[in-house]
Design a protein around this ligand. Structure first.
Ligand code: ADP
Ligand code: MG
Length: 702
């Protein structure tokens, strides 16, 4: 479709004109021929066969029958006015009903004549019935003419469009004209060897068949071809970006593993690394020896041991004469990293410091000095790390925790801290499905820690309905008697904020009565509380002064209270899967057996039930992310919002995972052999990429 024809404004298509063009633009965002060509039907209606009346039932989609009209009758007055008719074939009788356009039907339906009826069977008074069928006088010639009419496209339309006769049928007419006149201008954009290898339908044929399929097989082939094309070029673009970045950004070479690493590994590391931890370290080790800047995403559940891996990678950087830093999205998290690292390396091993908004001016000054003279080896902090004032002597390795809160720009700000940019390791405890990662982070390398350290007791998750609350209270008391602490989390959703807050307050009251002073002490934290008070309450809980923390989801991602061993989630059916999983991750941090208790009402939606069952069944974040995507679609997964990369036209990352993997592999192979795409057979890809980069086609890859 490199033909300029497709850039023609839609106005100039026969049957459109200025007014309709305007509506098409405003309602559907269709500006030119290409947009229209890519406005695909959302389904096809099967008109390939005729049903017999006895076979009709309300489960069927739109069906087509041939039947003779026996009678018709107008019933009711005004609002209840309707036309009821009966038709018959050699197998039975069917009732038809019209509630609108009655006069026209009354005039044109003639008892005794045979009709072709097309509509969706329904049920009325226990009988099969069809409302507002499309209707057409039957004749043998008509059937012959319809001989090649098979699967009819159905297009989404809007009320506004319908006012301009652009309902599904109207749009179909435009698409038909477009294809008739311009199909010849749809050019192939994949090399022949790929078409052959993947047995793909040609491009023009694919466009014809996705709108007006010759048959069901052809429709499938067309979809498959266009999906492949879409995923293929997305990956081509992403991996090309990666290649360009590799070309552009040299990377420091960490040639040796020296004293810091060895000393730590042999004398300080208090446990054996898990297999995935070792694997990731190796991956990072390889990355940092190639002379190319590393950009790696490390995914792993809370507690899987990402921080240790990050620390050990940083030690290698330090062994090679570089400084390092860890950037966290909140002060609490930065603090925790500081503590973790302090615990692991001790005080006299290496110089490290914490820099956040709360760091005093005096401390800050010292930190700045030591950064500039190279004395300070590890800096841990928040955004404060990338302020312009902060100058490093030789920053070589950067760790960013919880990536989805940092934009690409913030990341690149760190790169500019050195003339050869530091290697970047992005860590996230919100795993996303592999296919999503391949797309969203397609230009990053991805590492995964999918195994918790040995000896960790998996969190036990239980689901209780409201009537079991007393049992839950009893259980809470037992745990508190053992010296444990408990979180109780309430949903707080903007739309129902007031009600939610009331729920929380009511809950708090009940809990206060059940767990009275002076034996029990309770903290409450929610969004509206002033930050200082919130911090105060959190600290009371962290220090163990209170045993129960009643909160909304404001309790920070990553908050670490190892003594808290029970997480109770109220109205659990209202939370999304990844949120439930995140919340559960607040417990299970100590040596004790931990529990996650999901409280719900008796009435559960189907999705709600699946979510709760999934939580009870598995602790694995990757499995949960996969199911979350099946339930909500890729665009709604946490951390993926507003990514233009997911605006796919035909492909669906949930159902087309295999195809995506194939396309990815295929692109990798091509770049392995021909990174510049200069081989003659790949010229066509280069051309398409350039067109896409120039914004000349529909792929609006950001
Ligand atoms: P994450 O950053 O992935 O949430 P951390 O690196 O903070 O996880 O590790 C969580 C806890 O588990 C820490 O106390 C850490 O010292 C410990 N840990 C990490 N790796 C192992 C391991 N291989 N064996 C035992 N404990 C480990
Ligand atoms: Mg962590």
């Amino acid at each position: 479709m490199n033909g300029q024809a497709f850039q023609t404004p839609v106005e100039y298509l026969k049957g459109v004109g200025a007014t309709r063009a305007d509506v098409l633009k405003k309602e559907l965002g269709l500006f030119n021929f290409e947009d229209l060509l890519n406005y695909f039907p959302y389904k096809h209606i099967d008109r390939t066969r005729f049903y017999k009346i006895k076979d009709i039932n309300p489960e069927l989609p739109h069906v087509q029958i041939i039947a003779r009209l026996i009678n018709k009758e107008i019933l009711g007055e005004k609002h209840t006015k309707r036309l009821i008719a009966h038709v018959q074939d050699d197998t039975g009788t069917l009732e038809l009903a019209w509630f609108q356009g009655i006069r026209w039907i009354e005039k044109n339906l003639i008892p005794g004549k045979a009709y072709i009826l097309f509509g969706k069977p329904g049920f009325f008074n226990g009988k099969a019935q069809m409302s507002h069928p499309e209707i057409e006088l039957y004749s043998p010639e008509i059937l012959q003419r319809k001989g090649n009419l098979t699967l009819q496209p159905a297009y989404n339309s809007t009320e506004k469009l319908k006012q301009f006769s652009l309902d599904s049928k109207g749009i179909q007419k435009l698409t038909a004209v477009l294809l008739e006149q311009y199909a010849k201008d749809i050019h192939e954009n994949l090399p022949l060897y790929l078409i052959n290898q993947f047995k793909l339908m040609g491009r023009a044929a694919a466009y014809r068949n996705i709108h007006f399929p010759e048959d069901a097989n052809k429709l499938n082939e067309a979809r498959c071809r266009l999906k492949f094309e879409e995923l293929f070029f997305l990956q081509l673009k992403l991996l090309k970006t990666k290649l360009l970045r590799i070309e552009k950004f040299k990377g420091n070479i960490f040639g040796t593993v020296g004293n810091y690493f060895n000393e730590f590994y042999h004398h300080k590391l208090p446990f054996e690394l898990t297999t995935p931890q070792k694997r990731v370290l190796k991956e990072i080790r390889l990355d940092t020896q190639r002379g190319v800047q590393m950009n790696r995403l490390l995914q792993g559940d809370v507690g899987s041991g990402k921080t240790v891996v990050a620390l050990m990678s940083m030690l290698i950087a330090i062994d090679n004469g570089f400084q390092t830093c860890i950037m966290a999205p909140t002060e609490i998290l930065a603090n925790q990293h500081y503590q973790t690292i302090k615990n692991l390396v001790g005080d006299d091993f290496i110089e490290f410091a914490l820099l956040t908004g709360s760091t005093t001016k005096k401390e800050r000054k010292v930190i700045h000095e030591k950064l500039e003279n190279g004395q300070l080896k590890i800096l841990i902090g928040t955004h404060a790390l990338i302020e312009d004032k902060v100058q490093y002597k030789n920053l070589g390795f950067v760790v960013i925790d919880e990536q989805h809160r940092f934009g690409v720009e913030q990341r690149s700000k760190l790169w500019q801290k050195n003339n050869i940019p530091p290697h970047v390791l992005v860590m996230t405890a919100t795993p996303i499905p592999r296919t999503l990662a391949m797309t969203l982070y397609g230009d990053l390398d991805i590492s995964i820690i999918d195994e918790l350290p040995a000896g960790r007791k998996p969190i036990k998750t239980l689901h209780f309905y409201e009537p079991s609350r007393l049992r839950v209270f009893g259980f809470m008391k037992e745990e508190i008697a053992k010296g444990r602490q408990i979180y109780i989390v309430y949903p707080l959703i903007k739309e129902s904020e007031k009600l939610d807050l009331k729920n929380l307050m009511d809950g708090f009251e009940v809990i206060s009565k059940e767990f009275p002073l002076p034996d029990y002490k309770i903290s409450v934290v929610y969004g509206k509380i002033p930050a200082a008070d919130k911090e105060f309450e959190m600290q009371r809980f962290v220090k163990g002064e209170t045993q129960i923390m009643v909160a909304t989801t404001v309790i920070e991602v990553g908050v670490n209270v190892p003594n808290a061993s029970v997480m109770i989630i109220e109205n659990a059916e209202r939370f999304g899967l990844s949120q439930l999983h995140q919340l559960r991750g607040r417990v299970g941090r100590g040596a004790e057996q931990s529990y996650c208790i999901l409280m719900s009402g008796n009435k559960l939606s189907n999705d709600g039930r699946i979510r709760l069952n999934t939580m009870v069944k598995t602790n694995n974040g990757f499995e949960i992310a996969e199911i979350d995507m099946q339930l909500r679609g890729p665009g709604n997964i946490e951390g993926t919002q507003q990514s233009g990369l997911l605006d796919l036209k035909v492909a669906d990352l949930t159902t087309d995972q295999d195809l995506l993997a194939q396309a990815r592999k295929c692109v990798e192979n091509i770049f392995d052999k021909d990174p510049q795409l200069i081989l003659p057979e790949n010229q066509i890809l280069n051309n398409t990429l350039q067109l896409k980069n120039a914004g000349l086609t529909w792929d609006k890859i950001s």
